[in-house]
Design a protein around this ligand. Structure first.
Ligand code: ZN
Length: 375
């Protein structure tokens, strides 16, 4: 038997791999040492053997509650990901599985590689309405990709959509596929009308380095990008510095920052209620978007989420609060579960790439009637 994570997005350390008995593993911490939770590895040579894999430092993860009532994902072909039996005693995460193939992959959530990202960007660019801008490079020297869809002019709303500031939240990347596929579908009347009246600035992956390195939350040198928006620097957080600068040039009328939440088994939107300059019209738009999205896609809900922040107490270093405060716009964080949507559970797959894509499509429907009110 052998275990490897030496590939795009891989993360695991092998403590002990005996020929029989429990396989002992540890998650490698992100650069900076502050976060750990993402795992992704291949087990080979275990066909038709009852395997028990123990992740011994799961209790030291950034969000140990994320492993309660959680089931890991597995795949033989890295296309179809299914859930496997998983237990957690607040210290050790145990995965029990009998592979039916010579090689099987296990992960925290369906992985999304940088190679797939490049394939997807190339596919988007086959549509001549879609333009690629590369505002700059990451600390590992990867391009930061920004897709601009539509020709900017003064009458058009400026809609920014970014994902994967936290690289282990791969559901954001699957969501981006659904979002861009629908936005670029020439037969779709909703998105055709959106593109007639708006320009979309889309950053499918804000954190290519963390993605390729198999991090949960940080970039190559340990910066949590969603705490960098007030004072980003090219030395520490070029991803945010470059995109923020581009946002100042374009203006922002709408922003959606796509994430995943380790602990809560729900889709929900975190807003900007705690910003100092909060306006009634901003709040009304937030409520309307949430209500419409819940009606359009019952996988989304408005009951469960983060506690509302008191007026003036917002952390302005997050993308959503920073943009809401500085542009006075509707600015939101969309959170999707690692586990399942408890309001509509589908136990075999849990929350899954296909459901991420469908939620993204519904977000475009939710935005459509609001577009004229954004400015
Ligand atoms: Zn996040």
């Amino acid at each position: 038997m052998h275990i490897s994570s030496a590939f795009d997005g891989g993360n695991i350390e092998v403590v002990d791999l005996p020929e029989s008995g429990d396989i002992r593993l540890r998650i490698r911490a992100d650069a900076g040492g502050e976060f750990l939770q993402w795992f992704y590895f291949r087990l080979s040579g275990a066909r038709q053997r009852d395997c028990r894999l123990l992740i011994e430092n799961a209790g030291e993860a950034s969000f140990p509650q994320g492993f309660r009532h959680y089931r890991a994902v597995a795949s033989y072909d890295r296309q179809h990901w299914f859930r496997v039996e998983t237990d957690f005693d607040d210290q050790v995460l145990g995965i029990a599985h009998r592979p039916i193939s010579d090689a099987v992959y296990y992960a925290y959530f369906a992985p999304y590689s940088m190679e797939r990202h490049h394939d997807f960007i190339a596919r988007c660019l086959s549509d001549e309405r879609c333009h690629l801008e590369v505002p700059g490079q990451t600390l590992d020297g990867q391009d930061l990709d920004l897709l601009v869809i539509g020709e900017p002019d003064e009458t058009k709303r400026r809609c920014w959509v970014i994902g994967r500031q936290h690289p282990g939240e791969t559901m954001a990347a699957w969501w981006m596929e659904g979002f861009l596929e629908r936005l670029l579908d020439p037969l779709d009347p909703v998105t055709a009308d959106l593109l007639a009246r708006a320009v979309f600035y889309v950053v499918p992956n804000m954190n290519p380095d963390g993605s390729r390195r198999g991090h949960l939350r940080t970039n190559a040198i340990g910066a949590n990008l969603n705490r960098e928006w007030q004072a980003p620097s090219m030395a520490r957080s070029p991803e945010v510095a470059l995109i923020r600068e581009r946002m100042y040039r374009s203006g922002v009328d709408f922003s959606l920052d796509v994430h995943g939440d380790e602990a809560l088994p729900y889709n929900f939107i975190a807003g900007f209620e705690g910003i100092p300059s909060l306006t009634e019209s901003q709040l009304a738009l937030l409520t309307e978007f949430r209500t419409r999205l819940a009606a359009l896609n019952p996988d989304f809900q408005t009951i469960h989420g983060y506690p509302r922040i008191e007026p003036g107490k917002a952390n302005l270093s997050t993308c959503t609060n920073f943009l809401a405060e500085n542009f006075g716009c509707l600015s939101m964080t969309l959170e999707q579960p690692f586990k399942d949507a408890a309001n509509r559970p589908l136990p075999e797959l849990g929350w899954s790439p296909a459901r991420c894509r469908l939620l993204a499509r519904a977000c475009l429907d939710a935005l459509h009637p609001l577009l004229g009110k954004l400015r």
